[in-house]
Design a protein around this ligand. Structure first.
Ligand code: ADP
Ligand code: MG
Length: 262
């Protein structure tokens, strides 16, 4: 780890286009009186196709950063650009449209609709995108097949294991074919065997399908699946470096470094 100014695009080939760009980005939450400065002037370039892990103790700003990277939330100050479009120049609808085209989300608690089947859950993003019914069904079945759940299409989430529920959520994140996948602690609620299975799928989506994958994790073992790791502390980037896979140093255990890490 280094205390030098943040290095931008550590492991990037400069000829690869940047899909997400942050400049002097701040996020301040103002919850009636007490302002929380959650991100403090971040500078990050994310090239197309990179696999990035974001680490840091609880409260360091990981989810805030991921939500901004995915255009679910907007910065208080600074520049956020998605595929060359600056968020400050877009309306909310334009930003939502861009998000639907570019980004797939995967969450720790899966975020599936409890009363909807696996198939209906996976169809949902296509309902929002206004796709015709027959096309939706076909694409949802293809996505569920990809995550090895073709035989569970009519199961409700409660009838599926945690790993199966997360695979449904991955299928849902893929149906609009987004180039960028964002995952917030996607294995946080899973056992080690299921965790490996989910990481194998995410690695495939990066290596074979060439998607950009950005994953928030507390676990250095998970981070080492990535090519690059960004470590946050109190809203600042304290390290931005290649992982051992790309010739970088071992990923530090932020759980050991910082009190209060979950
Ligand atoms: P992490 O994901 O690393 O645990 P978060 O991004 O969730 O951290 O939170 C960063 C800081 O911002 C924390 O101090 C947290 O309490 C605060 N925070 C996060 N979301 C909100 C919110 N919606 N309103 C107010 N404060 C928030
Ligand atoms: Mg979080």
């Amino acid at each position: 780890m280094s205390d030098a100014a943040p290095i931008i695009s550590t492991v990037a080939d400069p000829s690869i286009p940047v899909v997400i760009r942050l400049r002097e980005l701040h996020k301040i939450y103002d919850t009636g009186g007490t302002a929380v400065h959650a991100l403090r002037g971040l500078n990050v370039d994310i090239p197309e196709g990179q696999f990035i892990a974001i680490m840091g103790a609880s409260g360091s700003g990981k989810s805030t950063l991921l939500n901004i990277l995915g255009a679910l939330d907007v910065p208080s100050e600074g520049v956020y650009e998605l595929a060359g479009n600056a968020s400050s120049k877009m309306t909310r609808d334009q930003l939502a449209q861009l998000r639907n085209t570019y980004i797939g989300f995967i969450f720790q608690n899966f975020n599936l609709l409890a009363r909807s089947t696996a198939l209906e859950n996976v169809e949902l993003p296509m309902v929002y995108a206004g796709r015709p019914t027959a096309m939706r069904r076909e694409a949802a079945i293809a996505a569920l097949t990809k995550v090895d759940l073709a035989d569970r299409t009519h199961h409700l989430p409660s009838q599926l294991s945690g790993g199966q529920q997360q695979r449904v959520a991955i299928a849902r994140s893929l149906v609009n074919n987004p180039p960028v996948l964002l995952a917030d602690e996607p294995t946080g609620n899973l056992d080690s065997h299921t965790t490996r299975e989910i990481m194998r799928i995410l690695t495939h989506l990066h290596e074979v399908e060439k998607r950009t994958v950005i994953i928030v994790t507390h676990d250095p073992g998970i981070a080492e699946f990535a090519e690059r790791v960004i470590i946050l502390r109190d809203g600042d980037i304290i390290a931005d470096q290649a992982t051992p896979r790309r010739g970088g140093p071992a990923v530090p255990d932020v759980r050991a470094l910082t009190l209060g890490a979950a």
